[in-house]
Design a protein around this ligand. Structure first.
Ligand SMILES: [Zn+2]
Length: 122
């Protein structure tokens, strides 16, 4: 395979960059945090969760995230948890795409700078 010129490689970078940007524009709602299914004991005496053997409440879905530096925890219905699963997956994809965008950008930066350097030497 013949060596591609810096110009061709830069054009390929830009094409890839636009592809990633297009995919970014199609991402749905994003949510940070994580989901977990947890049971708990309420602490009320005589409740089934305190019995022997204990029958804890739940399990329930919980969404946990850092919001403005504070950990937020919210109990969710199954329907809400299904939404959050999708939103959190979107958020993961968003971060992957941004990482790819940065990688391609770095390649483009190196190509652009080495081109500028080689031109200034002529
Ligand atoms: Zn209880």
């Amino acid at each position: 395979m013949p060596e591609r010129s810096a110009e061709e490689r830069l054009a390929a970078c830009e094409e890839r960059y636009r592809e990633i940007a297009r995919e970014l524009s199609t991402i749905g709602i994003v949510a940070s945090g994580s989901l977990a299914r947890r049971s708990h004991r309420c602490g009320k005496p005589n409740c089934a969760c305190q019995a022997d053997p204990p029958r804890p409440h739940g399990p329930y879905w919980h969404w946990t995230a850092k919001v403005a530096g504070k950990t937020v925890n919210k109990r969710l219905s199954d329907q809400e948890a299904a939404y959050y699963q999708e939103w959190i997956a979107n958020d993961r994809r968003l971060r992957e795409l941004i990482a790819q965008l940065r990688t391609v950008a770095q390649e483009a930066i190196e190509l652009t700078l080495s081109e500028a350097t080689s031109r200034s030497k002529v």
